[in-house]
Design a protein around this ligand. Sequence first.
Ligand code: ACM
Ligand code: ZN
Length: 650
Amino acid sequence: MRNIIIGLFLFLFCLSACSPPVKEPVALIPLPDSVRIESGSFPLERLKTIQMPDEWKKVGEAFAEDLRKQADLSLSLSENIGDIRAEHNDEFPKEAYVLQIRKRQITIEAGDKAGVHHALATLQQLVLNASEGKLPCLTVQDQPRFGYRGVMLDCSRHFRTVDELKECIRQLSFFKLNVLHLHLTDNQAWRLALDKYPDLAQKGSYYEDFPELSGKYYTKEDLKEVVGYAEARGVEIIPEVDLPGHSLALLAGMPELSCRGGVFETYPEERPYEKRKRMYENMICIGNPQCFAFVSDLVEALAGIFPSPYIHLGGDEVSTSVWETCPKCQALYRKEGMTDYHQLQDYFTKRVREIVRAKGKTMVGWDEINTRGAASEEDLLTVWRNDGIEQQKKALDRGIPVVMCSKDPCYFDFGYARNSTRKVYEWEPIAKDTPAEKRHLVKGGQGCLWTEFVVSQAEVERMLYPRLCALAEVLWSKPEKRDWADFFHRLHIYNKVWEKLDIAYYPGDALDEQWFLPAGDSIQLLQSAKVQTDMSAAWGGYEPEYVFDGDLNTFFSTSYAPQKGNYLMLTLDEPKEVHAIRVVCDDSKEYLSEADLLISADGLHFRKVASFTEDGKAETELKGESIQAVKIEVTAPHFSRLTIREIILE
Ligand code: ACM
Ligand code: ZN
């Protein structure tokens, strides 16, 4: 039997490889292994019933529920022969499926629940893209490249309701992404109710000055509902509780876990920096045994809610400053013969791994847990720093599996100027010189959406789509099939699908551009000039001089949101006759909306000539004035980082 199945895959592969290219009337994202278009069609009006084995019925019901909303089709599960018939075949590889649309019936073969989900997702895409109420007859044979295809959603900085999480899950499932990693806790909020610590979530999400943002967290029942909803749509939920740093909200509820005690206050991102208290004391006390008892209770609770084999316990950006002066941490440091305070984090990593493993789960950590080799082959690393290449190699050398979420290009909280859809599409998760025997340790990839500056569901969707579609294809499709022009074309066909899916995607012009990563070279200005600003450039070399290098694709980016009074000034060495000025920012997110544009003939006395519009534009016509300097002055606090691509003087 196995040979017959392998034969079928080979046969279908040869058919697609050997036959002349057909202009495919279907647009699927991610691109399947093979699509064979055949003659004839299946009328949508005849799509009424689905028949499938009992263990897959929940997947069938979810498909019917989603299609009812998206395409106004009324489908029901049937014990008798259905219009769609799914059959189990143990010989199929993991997640693989074959979908055949014939004139009278649609059949699916798969070996597991994931496979049948993916076949239905393909069918769902075909239905939403159908023209004249018909599906083309065809055969799709398909299986993913990577097993882990995820998104991390930060629910701490800004809360997402259960309904919004379901919305996200429906969207991921449509593009065959199969992991939603929930960042449930951080300095800004602890969103996880724990039976054993009944006050924690309330205290860890309380802001005296922002009552409307307070008290938002998930109960056990909420999370179980989300898990069940996701399970029926082929999505696994991985919970993250970020420890031992990023824990201010935990300390607000349980100050006894801190090194110094006293009162801690969690802060919403909306609170100005100067009003945040003890912001940099956000680590728990490694020298306090109570912390490990807490982690044990926490892991037990998480294991009871989430069936995923993974529990993410953070480990990123941990400072040692408080530990260095804490008697309990110092005592542990001496007892363990440590020589560097960072070893306290490693001690924590090793102990919590044992706690997680004792509950039958695998610990996941951000790549910092492997900085000094505390991670082990039994863990999974989410690699995020920079392009992730160095961290990936370091992990693979020691046999540690990784999921790649490299800041460039997988951080979707950055605007599209920095991480454009094309940059995501052209990204390769496995580093170039990775030996063949190590490649299997790269389990997949993940987009990360941090939400310091992302508030509403519409903003979440604009940051994710269409970049997430590009990521879905990178993680699913064969790398040799990747073709930006073809993908871009398919994406355009999806313009009508976004509406049916109710996704507020970003349609901007940064989409089709080549991407920019600062090379660290000296920046050539258009003409001899000086660029000054009091805003710090984002880590990685996104320097202010890029606003005047004549290239719209390069840019200055800030690491924080601009505040009232911040400025950027371009001063020319020689005055220039100027007829128009245009300031071009990132137009997806990181732009100025409350700022003035000023000019000066002598570099000393300035005159306002324009204000930035609500959608981040500033332009002015001048009558050939001689100009020495141009200045941008921020007039009110912003709620996003800033990216300026160019100041154009014409
Ligand atoms: C991270 O961005 N701190 C994982
Ligand atoms: Zn301590």
